[in-house]
Design a protein around this ligand. Sequence first.
Ligand code: PLP
Length: 457
Amino acid sequence: MSTYEEKIRFLAEHTYGSWRPQKGWKSPLFITKVDGAYFWDHKGNKYLDFTSQLICTNLGLTNKAISEAIKKQADEMPYISPGFVCEAKYQATKALLEVLPKNLTKIFYSTSGTEGIEAAFKITRQYKAPAYKIISRYRSYHGSTGASIAATGDPRRWFAEPVNKVPGVIYAPDPFCYRCPFGLDPDKCSLQCAEYVDYMIKMEGNVAAVLVEPIVGTNGRIVPPDGYMQRLREITRENDVLLIADEVMSGWFRAGKWFAVNIWGVEPDILVTAKGSTAAFAPLGITATTKEIAEHFEEKFFAHGHTYAAHPLVLAPVPAAIEEYKKLYESGHIDRVGSYLGKRLRELYDRHPCVGDVRGVGFFWAVEIVKNRETKKPFNTRKDKAEGKPLMVDKISAELMKRGVYLLGWITHFIVTPPLIITEEDVDFFMDAFDEALKIADAEVEAPQPYKGYWST
Ligand code: PLP
């Protein structure tokens, strides 16, 4: 009988870790138990999950109704070819059409966010041919394979480029007011970041779609300024270009609504989602399109598919998850705890000279740390991440683990995205631990400066 330490070593030797050099890496923990927003390691240590694992366990790590739905499906019909249909597909599709933006009427199912984006690319390029270019943005992540990594702006793309470059993607500037790429004041900028997309479309030619995370996820919980998404919708319509919303992370009440686009009443032509759609109980990717796009494929060949497209086991949890989201939202819990979380996070400015910006909405927050508030000099850069240098955010995350909190960081900021089920007491527990851990960065600021940055929300 192997010990947990031996199993960890075995798995380090025989399985790959994601997005890292493999040498010297092994999972620090063997997880033995999960319950709601908490998990336990092999040594019996308990952790409050304040990132929702990979920002996907929106309803916590356990939920009876959802797991029962999967068990029932496994007993009755674990698989049937996507060439047939079944009750699980019918119920999931009916439930989804109730909560998706109303203009989206036809769905392609896959098994990840990446595949959802790959499907969106193929649908777009078949629908808009000969136009083929996709405008994405620099601060973005859209997935790990071919087209989706090509559309990704963050440094994970750098590693794929030499061997796996999918042509036809260009990158627009981000609507990131704290670090405006145009150096403009958000009160007087006339949404230059949106207007520049109009310029790009007109100057490039052959643009088929603009692909955005309506609120940027991993790359910084960037909530665009008011009017940006509406203007992007106008620009794409005026130029006869599709608007694709990547809501893989921002959907499912992360941002306080079913989908982030609901905040601005914007209806995209294609919406891709995944993670929270099953609350991460099963790996589902969803690519939803308009009727106009669907009609195009009435006569034309829909050139896409997978063995596991519309897998019944993966679709079975969808209606149950949607019911759970509805209950949680209607009880007022999401609005109440989301605003409490935001209020507590904003207090961090006053206590920590390393905190440069706190931005977000609902359960979707970033705390960005800087060496110098005046110059906004970061502790680490994208290059540091790509070169595997030790990062300040990782030091702080490690300290938080010692204090019983799991919180991921990404280069310059923390991914504060807890499950929607947490309580105000959980927020307080997290804040006490975070306050202590942030002192590591406080000790390294160049010179404590008063906060002069921009409040994103
Ligand atoms: N799009 C966004 C916005 C994401 O955040 C992610 C993953 O984090 C993806 C796409 C890719 O999804 P997956 O990891 O399920 O392939």
